[in-house]
Design a protein around this ligand. Structure first.
Ligand code: ZN
Length: 144
C-alpha cells in the first residue's frame, strides 16, 4: 500500500464512521431509494431543489464502508450545485471508479474527498457500492 492509498483509506473510513449529512431532510422536495443486492447496500437520498439547483441533501442507509462513505462524500460535493454541475461531478466520479479515466497527477487536490475512491477501480465488484448513492441522487433529481 502506498502512502496515498493509506491516506485515501483513512478518508473513506472517516466518512464511514462519521457520515456527513446523514439523517432525515425536513425540507426535502424529492427522494429516491437505491439498493445494491450484491453487497446488501441500501440508501435513501433526499434533496431539496430550487429550480435545477440542489439546495440541501441528506441520506440514510446501511451497507458496506464504500457505499456509505460514498453517500457521505457525495452529499458534501453536490450541496448547492446545479444539475449540470452535478452531472459533471458524477461523470468524473464514474470514470474514476470504473478506471476509464484514472486520477491524473495533481488532480487529487481538485477532486477533494472524491479522489479517495480512485482505488475502487481495482475492485470491479465494488463499483456498484461506490456509484449507488450517485444513481439514487440522480433518480431523486429526475436526471436518471
Ligand atoms: Zn457494498
Amino acid at each position: 500500500m502506498t502512502n496515498l492509498d493509506a491516506l485515501y483509506q483513512e478518508v473513506l473510513l472517516d466518512h464511514y464512521r462519521k457520515p456527513r449529512n446523514k439523517g432525515v431532510l425536513a425540507e426535502a422536495t424529492a427522494d429516491a431509494q437505491g439498493r445494491n443486492p450484491l453487497c446488501g447496500d441500501e440508501v435513501n437520498v433526499a434533496v431539496a431543489m430550487d429550480g435545477d439547483r440542489v439546495t440541501a441533501v441528506k441520506f440514510t442507509g446501511q451497507g458496506c464502508s464504500i457505499s456509505q462513505a460514498s453517500a457521505s462524500v457525495m452529499t458534501q460535493l453536490v450541496a448547492g450545485k446545479s444539475a449540470t454541475e452535478i452531472e459533471a461531478l458524477y461523470a468524473r466520479f464514474h470514470s474514476l471508479v470504473t478506471g476509464t479515466q484514472p486520477l491524473a497527477d495533481g488532480e487529487g487536490k481538485q477532486l477533494g474527498a472524491m479522489a479517495a475512491f480512485a482505488g475502487v477501480s481495482k475492485y470491479p465488484a465494488r463499483v456498484k457500492c461506490a456509484t449507488m448513492s450517485w444513481h439514487t441522487l440522480r433518480k431523486a433529481m429526475g436526471t436518471e
